[in-house]
Design a binder for this molecule. Structure first.
Ligand SMILES: Nc1ncnc2c1ncn2[C@@H]1O[C@H](COP(=O)(O)OP(=O)(O)OP(=O)(O)O)[C@@H](O)[C@H]1O
Ligand SMILES: [Mg+2]
Length: 616
């Protein structure tokens, strides 16, 4: 699907200190644990250096029979103690690092989720779900992994090289130099290899991102795909993406496959050199065999940090890219925001100061409102409208004429680009979004239910409602009967997004939800379009009852819902072209008159033909 969303390019090569500062800020709650990890790594590095040295002592002193039995016993005890200690330290290390990894990922997910909850409708208009899912899953996992494991590896590698360097030089400078001399070459080769594999990795990530998006579209659009028989077409697309993924992955593997043996070859060569020269020295008695043994072990150990450091550098770059994306998400500002003054008085969505919420009377006024979803495409221009509290306003008009836009603006899902929207005479931006939404009941054409029971879903309208109040609300909108027909009644699981219920049933439940909330402003956007005419007739009375002393906006195609409205507005291209009661508009013989007579005739015909409902 064509999408206006363009991902910012995060793959800048160098180190970006600004990003790391922000990542460090996010990581703050874990600083103490990080310090523990670093200390443990230094201890582990020290013990890794100590072991070959102890081996040297054992060979040089005891294998040749020089030491006394007593000395041997002491040595064995110390040796065993050190081994046990290393075991314990490693155990603690793995536990703490695992905790940091999981804890940080959890912490970030919570933060991102909270941010996603507060972002406005317009953000979701342009951001693909796949992109968001990738941020919440793989990017967070990767960043947490690198911070918990790779970064602390540095705290092991550097002390290890320093400690073993000191011991080597103080034991035998020639052999020490021999080991050291290869370091620049190895570092260079590893650096090149990491650079190439990083490049390949970026390709893999890009391909992966595409595949995630295909998956998410494939799953979300599964039903549409089936009805349009697009399987073949989608599959061809997907196959191309996976093929690209395959190619770049193979390329990445090839790079690893070429360089790793090269690095191993160089270090093995040095090892051979050490054995050759060191062997000569040992033979002529200049050094002991234990010392030779120690150097062989050090040679193997010494290059490990070089390999891991270049790997860590790659990890850092990967983490940087992931971190940058996460920060980008966390810093996405809702385009609809309360000002600091408003927040000071009314609190935030997450911490509202409900004691400061004023009651809503329900007067609504549009004052010269201009609105566009996309720059340059004006939907409403200089739009003005006054609605008195307690009135029921019906909006009719062709598809795309702007009815939903008008109610979306009232709900503050979007804000006017210019002009003002007053509620009870005050610009609604002077009070909080939470305040408005706490007094607003909104029922949509495609209502969303959350996984859980019917009871849970209705109760979302007012979390402290009792079971009895939920039953009352459901009875009022005529949902009680169909709910009781389910085996589990109110405890029936609605499935993900309410998928186990029909659209009409979902609408009735979201109706009950709105009724329970007892709002001052009621917005029904095509809310009864999927309810059959019989049920609609039954709940019509309930709707009118609920709306009696509330300001209500009803967008409807079925005229039976709107003939009783106090005022009917006909909207065309974002403008009010007719405005009046049912009788005055009929008398006007304009758009509304034609709409009504057409539909009336259709209804009469359908009755004659056996009650077939056109659903209009
Ligand atoms: N999220 C959006 N992003 C961009 N343009 C949009 C968006 N939503 C609506 N529009 C455009 O705004 C115009 C008015 O749409 P609106 O949804 O208000 O119409 P409507 O009268 O409710 O139509 P319907 O009867 O089909 O529900 C249309 O031209 C539509 O293409
Ligand atoms: Mg609409």
């Amino acid at each position: 699907m064509a999408n206006k969303f363009e991902e910012k390019d995060f793959s800048n090569e160098g180190l970006n200190l600004g990003v790391w500062k922000k990542i460090a800020g996010l990581f703050k709650p874990f600083y103490k644990k990080l310090a523990v990890l670093i200390v443990l790594q230094i201890v582990i590095a020290f013990s890794d250096v100590l072991m070959p040295y102890l081996n040297k002592i054992s060979i040089d002193n005891f294998a040749s029979g020089n030491g006394s039995d007593e000395e041997l016993m002491t040595f064995i005890i110390i040796y065993l103690l050190i081994i046990v200690l290393i075991g314990i330290i490693n155990f603690i290390y793995f536990r703490v690092a695992g905790k940091v990894e999981m804890g940080f990922a959890y912490y970030l997910r919570e933060k991102c989720f909270k941010r996603l909850q507060s972002l406005s409708f317009s953000y979701y208009d342009v951001t693909p779900t796949g992109w968001l899912l990738a941020r919440l899953t793989s990017d967070i996992a990767r960043l947490a992994e690198v911070l918990a494991w790779s970064m602390v590896d540095l705290a092991w590698g550097i002390p290890l090289m320093i400690f073993s360097g000191i011991i080597m030089f103080s034991t035998n400078a020639v052999l020490a130099l021999l080991i050291l001399i290869v370091v620049p070459l190895l570092a260079y080769v590893s650096y090149i290899m990491q650079k190439l594999s990083l490049k390949a990795y970026r390709g893999v990530r890009k391909a992966n991102s595409k595949i995630t998006n295909s998956f998410s579209e494939g799953i979300n659009g599964a039903r549409t795909t089936k009805t349009l028989v697009l399987e073949e077409y989608n599959y061809a697309d997907f196959k191309e993406d996976t093929k690209e993924m395959y190619n770049v992955s193979v390329k990445a593997a090839k790079i690893g496959g070429t360089f790793r043996p090269l690095v191993n070859f160089i270090s093995s060569l040095t090892l051979a050199l050490i054995i050759w020269i060191g062997g000569g020295l040992a033979n002529s008695g200049i050094i002991g065999f234990g010392t030779l043994m120690m150097f062989i072990q050090y040679a193997q150990q010494f290059y490990e940090p070089i390999r891991s450091i270049s790997m860590i550098m790659t990890d850092f770059q990967i983490a940087q890219a992931s971190g940058e994306r996460i920060i980008y998400l966390l810093e996405s500002e809702p385009s609809i925001n309360d000002t600091p003054e408003v927040i000071a008085k009314y609190g935030t969505i997450f911490e509202p100061k409900t004691q400061n919420y004023e009651a809503i009377k329900g007067d609504i006024s549009f004052k010269n409102v201009t609105f566009e979803y996309i720059k340059g495409e004006t939907i409403l221009k200089d739009f003005s409208l006054d609605i008195k509290s307690g009135q029921t306003i019906a909006l009719v008009g062709e598809t795309g004429s702007g009815k939903s836009t008008i109610v979306n603006l009232i709900c503050r899902f979007y804000e006017p680009c210019s002009g003002e929207l007053l509620i009870d005479g005050i610009d609604y931006r002077k009070r909080s979004i939470g305040w408005l939404h706490s007094k607003l009941g909104y029922v949509l054409q495609a209502p969303h239910l959350f996984s859980g029971t019917i009871m849970d879903n209705v109760r979302l309208g007012r979390l402290d409602a009792s079971d009895e109040e939920v039953y009352e609300a459901c009875k009022l909108v005529n949902a009680h009967d169909f709910i009781m027909k389910f085996e589990d009644g109110y405890n029936t699981d609605v499935g993900e997004g309410g998928s186990r219920l029909s659209t009409g049933q979902k609408q009735l439940i979201s109706f009950a939800r709105a009724v329970l909330a007892n709002p001052s402003i009621f917005v029904l956007d095509e809310a009864t379009s999927s309810i059959d005419t019989e049920t609609e007739r039954i709940i019509q009375f309930a709707i009118e009852n609920i709306m009696k002393d509330k300001t209500s906006l009803v967008v409807a195609h079925r005229l039976s819902t709107i003939v009783n409205a106090d005022r009917i507005l006909v909207i065309q291209k974002g403008q009010i072209v007719e405005d009046g009661t049912h009788e005055t508009l009929i008398a006007l013989k304009g758009y509304y008159y034609r709409l009504y007579t057409n539909q009336f005739n259709e209804e009469q015909n359908s009755k004659l033909m056996g009650g077939y409902d056109y659903g209009l």
